[in-house]
Design a protein around this ligand. Sequence first.
Ligand SMILES: [Zn+2]
Length: 73
Amino acid sequence: MSCPYRAVLLVTRDMRGTASSVAKLRIELHCGEPEGHLGAHHDPRHGIQWDDHGKTVRTLLRDESEPARSHFP
Ligand SMILES: [Zn+2]
């Protein structure tokens, strides 16, 4: 069995002059580790790791002006 944890990575773009941001890109991440593994979840296709914070599906946010991140603690 593989790990059932997933995450959705939203790459956002700040809207000039407003406090809100819009999602530009949505990437679904699926953990590729065995069920019950230790440590961060890891999507080998996208090379991204994340901590679940107790959520089976976590939403991760990244601003498009940031350098690409591979780990979301
Ligand atoms: Zn996992």
